[in-house]
Write a protein that binds this ligand. Sequence first.
Ligand SMILES: Cc1cc2nc3c(=O)[nH]c(=O)nc-3n(C[C@H](O)[C@H](O)[C@H](O)COP(=O)(O)OP(=O)(O)OC[C@H]3O[C@@H](n4cnc5c(N)ncnc54)[C@H](O)[C@@H]3O)c2cc1C
Length: 363
Amino acid sequence: MGTARTLASRGDTRVTLVARSDETPYTRMLIPGVAFGPLPPEAVALPLPEVDLVADTAHGVDVAARELRLASGSRLGYDALVVATGSRPRGLPPGLPGGAEARAAGLVHGLHTLADAVRLRERLAGLAAPARIAILGGGVIAAETATKLQTAGHTVTLVARSRVPGVAAFGAPVAERLAAEHRARVRTRFGRTVEAIAVVDDGVALELDGGERVAADLVLLALGTEPAAPDPWPDGVDVDGRLRAEAPDVFAAGGVAVHHDEVLGSWRIDHWEDAAAQGMHAARSVLHAFGVGEDPGVYLPRSSYLATVHGLVVSGVGAPACGRPRLDESEELVVRHELHGRIVGVSGIGAVGTVLQWSPRLH
Ligand SMILES: Cc1cc2nc3c(=O)[nH]c(=O)nc-3n(C[C@H](O)[C@H](O)[C@H](O)COP(=O)(O)OP(=O)(O)OC[C@H]3O[C@@H](n4cnc5c(N)ncnc54)[C@H](O)[C@@H]3O)c2cc1C
């Protein structure tokens, strides 16, 4: 959407936005408000720029012919293509004993699409409070979801494979503080793996390593995402610093883009603000490729994100996961993430002003 807006604002470029056949584009980060809050589904619709909208899922791209293959069977030609198809959520490990049965019984839910959010809201409404909810995952979405469900009075068990979830994303000082807060507010099973899942009379039973069983009315998956692109990019689109893919005049931005550049190395960021910033950068790279704009240079992430976890405000800017974390020597809980002597990301708890001020000073 960042690309479409940037190009549409010029007036000399014809932009076609290809969206899924069965979907009105929406603001993904607002869907927790539909699942757990008062938002009606139509409230998360994304305001669209003035461009041609084709509601027809792209199944594949013929890069030699410069054409998209659409679900309807039609084809759409392009001079330049920006792939911004986002990500898909990781599911239960393939082959997990009982996983398919629990899913088929409607006892395992995701929270990635608006349809997921609507289904989850209906399911929660049908459960007697307090419901027993097991959340699998240790990232920001798992943490925020645990917070919301615990606040709503449910009994939450948070199961994560790492002993201190979020170390790579935030650095140990922030992750340890969050882990302590989780331990105080919800049931935690950190450093544990799910070995089987069984449908039982009153819900599901998760079997963890070591033999412990966790009973739940439903299981919520928050296991992170992986890039999702049409054929021929099953694992996302590899891009260089200017967001160019290997195929001619193909670019990618946002959760689908797997970056490889000389500054940060290999990385991927799946956040709202950063997806928008990448989209704008990709638009400038397109214009440069066609000789009507300046070279935007290497994309360096500076965007911010905020999350509220059990009343703590977690913030970050840039690409913390790319750098080595070092606790800032201020009185606030702020972690600087350094790479080759430069600060490439900053994260913190309750220090929003300090963290956000780093954005223009990164890299
Ligand atoms: C529950 C939840 C809460 C979140 N909360 C936050 C938050 O608070 N802050 C934050 O920064 N980030 C948050 N995120 C992450 C954020 O939503 C994503 O990082 C962001 O949406 C990525 O933007 P994107 O443009 O790459 O992908 P998307 O927003 O997923 O957009 C991709 C678009 O492409 C469409 N599409 C996909 N495949 C095709 C195809 N083959 N053909 C046509 N169209 C296609 C999709 O339908 C979608 O409209 C949250 C995510 C989730 C799931």
